[in-house]
Write a protein of this length. Sequence first.
Lengths: 340, 248
Amino acid sequence: MANQKKDHRKERLDRGIKVRTDGVYAISHWTEMTYLLAPRALLIGGLLAAPLILSYFPYWQRVLSIICIYALLAIGFDFLANYVGLVSLGGGFYVGVGAYCAALLNSHLGLPPIVTVPLATLIGGIICTILFLPCLPLRGVYFAIVSLMFPLLAARIIEALNIFGGTDGIMGLDGFSSGWVEQYVLVCALLVSLFVLRRLVIEDVGLVFRGVKDNDQAVKASAINITTYKGIAVFISSALGCLGGATLAHIYNWAGLSQFGLDYSIIPIAATVVGGGGTLVGPVIGCILLVWLSEELRDLGTLRIAVYALVLTAFIVFKSEGIMNFATRKYQQFERWVHI
Amino acid sequence: MFEARQLMLFYENMLALNNVSLQCEADRIVGVFGANSAGKSTLMYTLSGIMEDIQKKEQMAGGERITIRGEIIFQGRDVTHLKPSLRARAGIILCPERRRIFPECTVVENLMIGGYLANSSQTEETLGYVFNLFPALTRISKRLGGFLSGGEQQMLAIGRSLMAQPRLLLLDEPLLGLSPMIQYMLAKSIKEIRNQRGAAIIVAEQYARPIMPIIDYGYILENGAAVVDGTNKELMDNPDVKSAYFGQ
């Protein structure tokens, strides 16, 4: 083997079926179509079937809802960080704003959840974008710090001014009419935003986004106002978080300070690292794994965080490309030893 | 003293270095010439060990697989898979492409960082030597590296690599983006370094005109392969080299 290694090297080639399905031959035979559709069908079918399968385990149904909320935040983070170059730690702020918007609309105007969720998504996205506008010229770690400040600040302001119910939060909100509505709203919202974002980043506007990430001066020199585009991106990302927050408020019939918690800022980032940044699907897989792991570790009590941290560290050190990038490579390419 | 045997380097499936063998004796200047993308920088990275580092990073991030085959022998020792820091300790010092000055440090500080491996008397002696070799640096010794002109930065970069007491100095495109006058001045300094410091020097460069007269032996790289080699007389008489590098 040692001798063989010396005048051999491992070659990595695209599978024939991958090359064929890149072009018009994708529709030539059922194998090609299956090759393309199988992974997508697995994710879509799996997510759509999950509430049905889990109907025997009511506890895990609730976990599925939490997974979807984290996944919405995570694809928003992945989009903002890996396609626009803004590392945002404001996940907690998006969730909190979404939750309070939905709660206020529900408790003051008496709107039903099916109206408050989309309204809170829109209004929350606009509020977050307006508040983030002054920070948009910042980049890198500066933007991250400022965005981390928002959830901390919002919670303290609500506490100090005793508005929106103060530390008690807004209680007694209407719930969804049934568990099925709750889960299918979230699963469908997740699948639709995944589809839209994956298309968006390969459209013209996606090109500008990636340009802003790679070299914002060159984008400015092409007569494009980068602040506008950063604003659009922040709106998309924060609206996803607000959608999650609004649903969360109706799931627990309550909007409170803990919804500005740092969990909503940190876990989506961890999920993006585990799942593979820049793939958009990866963070969803990362969320499924991380939330599942965290539920399984519940028996360990306080040690849970230690084990959780170890798993994360191991991922970052040994597989920093993430699950999705690794799996894509294995699916599309094969390796063999060749003689030099 | 220094020998690279049958170096092959693949970026994934692309052949970047094809069977390159290269030799450099002590007190010699070896030139490596080639157009853009001929493999000069790849060769310099491979010789200095930076490629080992890039390889590891790519592997961790799941990017391109870099395969290195062949042998690099330095003073009778196989250094093919040695880490770049250990190679520098052994005396193989790279002066990187685009200079890579520390922009927030002054000229003297930049030089002192380069002298990390040297003891204090060596540092003092080499510092004096560098200011003697490049008198232009004396005037600006307190200025920040980032505010220097291209020529001054290049002098500083060469000075910094001298501070590490090289036994083999690898200069990657030292004339990049400089005016012809400074190019000739630097070529003269490189020759002086060889004469006065007794270090072997390998220069990778596109501009053959200023460098060709000072080298003892040269290689022409084309698409990763060393297609022509010879002494500077032989190379300058070669009609292909003449038309490609001297426009005659």
